[in-house]
Design a protein around this ligand. Structure first.
Ligand SMILES: [Zn+2]
Length: 520
C-alpha cells in the first residue's frame, strides 16, 4: 500500500498562547513519528486558531477534499481532539468518513494507528476519548465565560455583532469606534423620533432614501450578503434604546445555560454589566433620556398617529380629569380642520355616558392652553433665577463670600505692614539678615496664599452672579425659553401629564417639580 501521508495540525483559540501545542511542536512530533513508521509526508494542513467547537476550518476542509479526490489516504494528528472537540464531529470522521475512504489514521498522543488496528477503531476507546474531549470543551467554555465577564466589567466589547454604526478598533478589537459612513443615520433616527415621527415612519423614510438596514451594513462589514436591506420597526427600536449610542457599554443581557444547546435566555436587568463612557458617543445623554421617556409612553391605543409619519405631540400625555383614563384622539369627518381634531375621554368612547361624561376638547384648544402654561412657567422660572432678591440662598452665598473676601484683603494689608516693620528691624539691627530673610519668606508665602483665595472667590462670585450656579435641571428647562411651537420632544421632557377637565380647562403637571418649586 502506498501511503499518501498528510499531517493535520491545529491550534484552537484557547491554545493560542500555549507553547505546548504550538504548530511547530505538532509538526515536529508528527514528523518524527512518521519517520519512525517509515512514512514520508506529502502535505501539511494547518488551521490556526479556529475553535474546535465550530466546524469552519479551511485547511481541514481542504484535506477532506483531497481525501475524496484520492490524493491523501493517511492522516496523522497529534491527538484525536484535533478533529474537533465536539463528540459527534470527531466520531463522524473517525468512525464513518475516514473508514469509508480507507484512510489510515495515526495519532501521536493516544498511540493510535488504524492500520491493522481496526478493532480499536470501531471499539470503545474512541468514543471514550471523545467523551473526554466534550467534558474538556465544557471546562474551556466555563473558563472563557469567566474571562468574558471580566472583560465586560472593564468595558471591553465582547459581543459577536457590532452595534450599528460602530466597528471594532483596528488596534483593539474590544474597543468600539464610530463608523463615520453610517453614524449620521443614527443621528437622523434620533432627530426624527424627537420631532415626533412615528417609528414606522422613520423606517419608511430610511427605505425611501435607500439607506441599508443594520443587517445589510453588518453583512458588508464581514464581506457577506444580507437577505434584505429594508428597515423594520424593531431595528429602529433597537437603535433608539441602545445605550451604546451615548458611549456606554451594557453587556451580559443574555446568557446561554449550555453551549451545546444554542438557546439564549434573558438576564435580569440588575445583573447587566454596564460601564459608562467606554467609547465616543453619537447621541447626547439628554436626547437619549428624552427618547427613553418617549418610548415608555404608550400611544398605540389612542389613535394618535396623525399621518403615516407623525404621532400627535400630545400622544400619551393627556388624561381625563374625571376618570383618569387617557384622552383619545378623534377626527370628526363632518367638520373642517382644525375644528375636526378632538380629544374624548376613552372611557366615555368605550363604555358610554354611564361611566364618564362626554366632554371633549379641540386639539387646538389644548395646544393653546398648554403652550400658554409652559410659557408662563418658563417666564416665571427665568425671572426667579435672574433676580437675586427672590433667591435667598444665592444672596446669602454672595454675602458670605463678600465677607470672606474683605477678611482676606485685611489680612494681606496686615502682612504687608509687618513686612515693612521687618525691614526697619533689620536696618535697626534688631534682627539678623538670616532672621529677616526667613520671616520675609514666610510673610510672602502668606500673601500668595491669601491672594490666591481672593482670586478664587472673585471667579466664584462672577459665576454665581451670572447665574451659572443654578441647578442643572433648571438650566435644562430654561433652554426652552422663547420656544415657538410645541414639540413632542419638549413636551415629553417637561411634562409629566396634562389633565383635561370637563370645562375644557387643561392642567399641566411638570416633571422635576421639586427643582422647579425651589424657584417658584
Ligand atoms: Zn373620563
Amino acid at each position: 500500500m502506498l501511503w499518501k501521508v498528510a499531517i493535520y495540525t491545529r491550534i484552537s483559540e484557547q491554545e493560542k498562547d500555549s507553547e505546548h501545542n504550538s504548530i511547530v511542536r505538532q509538526v515536529e512530533l508528527l514528523s518524527s513519528l512518521a519517520s519512525q513508521k517509515g512514512l514520508s509526508i506529502n502535505k501539511e494542513y494547518t488551521d490556526n486558531g479556529v475553535s474546535g467547537g465550530s466546524f469552519d476550518r479551511p485547511a481541514f476542509n481542504e484535506m477532506i477534499d483531497d481525501i475524496q479526490a484520492g490524493r491523501i489516504n493517511c492522516v496523522m494528528v497529534k491527538d484525536l481532539s484535533r478533529f474537533g472537540r465536539e463528540h459527534i464531529d470527531a466520531n463522524y470522521f473517525i468512525e464513518k468518513f475516514f473508514p469509508r475512504f480507507g484512510v489510515r489514521i495515526i495519532t501521536a498522543i493516544e498511540g493510535f494507528d488504524s492500520f491493522g488496528d481496526n478493532a480499536r477503531m470501531s471499539g470503545i476507546e474512541v468514543p471514550l476519548i471523545n467523551l473526554f474531549n466534550d467534558a474538556y470543551l465544557q471546562e474551556v467554555s466555563k473558563a472563557t465565560r469567566a474571562s468574558l465577564k471580566a472583560k465586560m466589567r472593564e468595558g471591553q466589547f465582547v459581543g459577536t455583532l457590532e452595534p450599528y454604526a460602530y466597528v471594532r478598533s483596528e488596534g483593539d478589537k474590544h474597543r468600539l469606534v464610530i463608523d463615520p459612513t453610517v453614524a449620521d443615520n443614527v443621528r437622523l433616527i434620533y432627530k426624527w423620533y424627537l420631532e415626533g415621527v412615528a417609528i414606522s415612519g422613520i423606517a419608511q423614510r430610511l427605505n425611501m432614501m435607500k439607506i441599508k438596514n443594520p443587517t445589510a451594513w453588518r453583512a458588508k462589514l464581514h464581506q457577506k450578503t444580507a437577505k434584505s436591506s429594508l428597515w423594520q420597526r424593531q431595528q429602529i427600536v433597537v437603535i433608539l434604546s441602545n445605550e451604546v449610542y451615548v458611549g456606554d457599554m451594557v453587556q451580559g443581557k443574555t446568557t446561554s445555560p449550555n453551549r451545546k444547546v444554542g438557546i439564549r435566555i434573558n438576564v435580569p436587568y440588575k445583573q447587566w454589566i454596564s460601564v459608562q463612557s467606554t467609547h465616543e458617543p453619537i447621541i447626547s445623554r439628554k436626547d437619549f433620556e428624552i427618547v427613553q421617556n418617549m418610548l415608555k409612553i404608550h400611544t398605540k391605543s389612542q389613535n394618535t398617529q396623525i399621518s403615516a409619519d407623525h404621532v400627535s405631540v400630545f400622544a400619551g400625555l393627556l388624561f381625563c380629569d374625571e376618570c383618569g383614563k387617557a384622552m383619545k384622539r378623534h377626527i370628526k369627518a363632518s367638520v373642517p380642520p382644525p375644528q375636526n381634531m378632538r380629544y374624548f375621554c376613552s372611557t366615555y368612547l368605550k363604555l358610554g355616558s354611564t361611566q364618564c361624561t362626554s366632554h371633549y376638547i379641540l386639539e387646538k384648544e389644548i395646544d393653546c392652553a398648554v403652550k400658554y402654561q409652559i410659557n408662563t412657567m418658563l417666564d416665571d422660572l427665568q425671572k426667579a433665577v435672574s433676580s437675586t432678591k427672590n433667591c435667598d440662598g444665592r444672596r446669602k452665598l454672595l454675602e458670605s463670600m463678600g465677607f470672606r473676601a474683605s477678611q482676606l484683603a485685611q489680612e494681606v494689608e496686615k502682612i504687608r505692614l509687618l513686612k515693612n516693620e521687618l525691614y526697619l528691624d533689620l536696618k535697626r539691627n534688631v534682627i539678623s539678615e538670616d532672621e529677616f530673610l526667613n520671616l520675609k519668606n514666610m510673610f510672602d508665602e502668606k500673601i500668595i496664599v491669601a491672594e490666591r483665595e481672593q482670586g478664587d472667590i472673585e471667579k466664584e462670585r462672577l459665576r454665581i452672579r451670572d447665574g451659572k450656579n443654578i441647578d442643572p435641571v433648571i438650566r435644562d428647562i430654561l433652554k426652552y425659553v422663547g420656544f415657538q411651537k410645541l414639540s413632542r420632544a419638549m413636551l415629553v421632557d417637561l411634562v409629566e401629564k396634562s389633565i383635561v377637565c370637563r370645562d375644557r380647562t387643561v392642567k399641566v403637571y411638570y416633571k422635576n417639580m421639586d427643582a422647579i418649586k425651589k424657584y417658584l
